[in-house]
Design a protein around this ligand. Structure first.
Ligand SMILES: *Cc1c(COP(=O)(O)O)cnc(C)c1O
Length: 407
């Protein structure tokens, strides 16, 4: 969507708002699908922790996407949005056996990443097919906070423990129908991905009755000019070739699954917030917006870069600003950013605000979580109202201290 369309949405909203461009989500989905069009059976399961508004989920469902979930609550959101349980995969980490059993009962595909749970689940429910998440111990590179394949990672069952998995399978007679990896949120290098895939293929050979291999995600999208972006087309070409060859060796046409989050929604999202104050100090000019890390925490939490533009005065002379929020502690969105001249009341847009932004929002400082708007076919559709004081207070219980209790 264009900046002037964004500015139109800004005019209609009074508080901070997230805006998502449906066309961008669709084009990313179809781009991924096209890159892997040579695969006989392809499944894209949108990782909904990135952005979980049910209208976004419904948009994904309308394109034929499945859903990747990490909690029982996300499964419920998926069902609410219209997903069939068989098109949902549950890939949690560190959840209880009871939660896994509850989700399995609904008919959702279970993915287990822990030997203890695998043994308990297999013993109790040998007939329920289970996917296993392995850790190939391949570093995806980039920011070490978001690489999950390394040796100390809490994610997945180590490939060195496959003999133990096989013993559990033999002892419980459970059915492993898929193998899975998800090595992190920052794949810089296709070669690294392909290397991890070979480890996954080797693992897959150990299991006789698979239906699918799930390669997770970690596709990188650009956050600023010059950023490396995963070359999906090149990955598609190389992995398709390798996967089809593997299926021949395996003796069965398996499904190739992915579970992208960021790739599908990051660039489609914008966060709009009004400038409350422009504050000159001895060392910088602060633009203070009507928001903070209660709404958008990635810059403070992960040191992520989100491009910031001035929607109200796009042609203004560029100046350097430090953009901060209203939270009563340091909450810097960006330092020394060149932005078209800012006046109080201007609306700033933060780009790449589709993934891990609204879903990580909180009520810190007792602020309301913002509204969400879907820009679809040239029109703004409200898909979540801004919270109200009612929402803040509804689960709190006020104790009556009027009656003095004797000590
Ligand atoms: C978070 C997550 C994803 C999505 O990762 P992106 O980097 O957003 O694409 C996929 N699979 C699993 C298991 C995840 O936890």
């Amino acid at each position: 969507m264009t900046h002037s369309e964004l500015a139109r949405v800004a005019k209609q909203s009074n508080g901070p708002v997230y805006v998502y461009d449906a066309a961008k989500i669709q084009s990313q989905y179809y781009r991924l699908k096209k890159a892997f069009s040579g695969v006989k059976k392809l499944k894209i399961n949108y990782a909904c922790k990135a952005l979980s508004n049910i209208s976004i989920l419904k948009l994904m469902e309308s394109m034929g996407s499945g859903l990747d979930t990490v909690s029982f609550q996300e499964v419920l959101l998926g069902i609410e949005a219209g997903f069939k349980p068989e098109n949902i995969i549950f890939t949690p980490n560190g959840v209880s056996l009871e939660e896994i059993e509850t989700v399995a009962k609904m008919g959702v595909q279970i993915n287990i990443d822990n030997l203890s749970i695998l043994e308990q689940f297999g013993t109790k429910h040998p007939k329920v097919p289970v996917c296993i998440r392995i850790n190939p111990h391949v570093m995806a590179g980039g920011n070490s906070n978001i690489s999950v394949g390394h040796i100390d990672s809490k994610f997945g069952i180590s490939i060195h423990q496959i003999p133990h998995v096989l013993r559990i399978v033999e002892n419980t007679k459970m059915h492993i129908n898929g193998v899975h990896m998800h090595t992190g949120s920052d794949i810089l290098d296709i070669e690294v991905f392909l290397h991890a895939s070979e480890i996954l293929f080797n693992t897959a050979m150990q299991f006789k009755d698979l239906s699918f291999i799930d390669f997770g995600s970690g596709f990188k999208v650009p956050y600023r000019e010059g950023d490396i972006e995963t070359n999906i087309e090149e990955l598609g070409e190389k992995l398709t070739h390798r996967f089809e060859a593997f299926c021949k060796t395996y003796g069965k046409t398996l499904e190739l699954a992915f579970e992208p989050g960021k790739f599908l929604v990051s660039e489609a999202g914008y966060f709009l917030s009004k400038v409350n104050a422009v504050k000159q100090t001895t060392s910088t000019v602060f633009a203070q917006v009507d928001s903070g890390f209660n709404h958008l925490i990635r810059p403070m939490f992960y040191n992520s870069y989100h491009e910031i533009i001035n929607l109200t005065n796009p042609e203004g002379r560029e100046r350097f600003y430090t953009v901060v929020g209203y939270i009563c502690e340091t909450d810097t969105f960006g330092s020394n950013r060149k932005i078209a001249e800012i006046s109080e009341g201007d609306v700033l847009a933060f780009k790449n605000a589709g993934a891990y932004c609204m879903t990580m929002a909180s009520n810190y400082n007792s602020r309301f979580r913002p509204a969400e708007v879907l820009w679809y076919q040239g029109e703004a559709h409200l898909i979540r109202k801004e919270e109200t004081f009612e929402d803040l207070i509804q689960n709190q219980i006020l104790i009556d201290f009027n009656e003095k209790v004797e000590a």
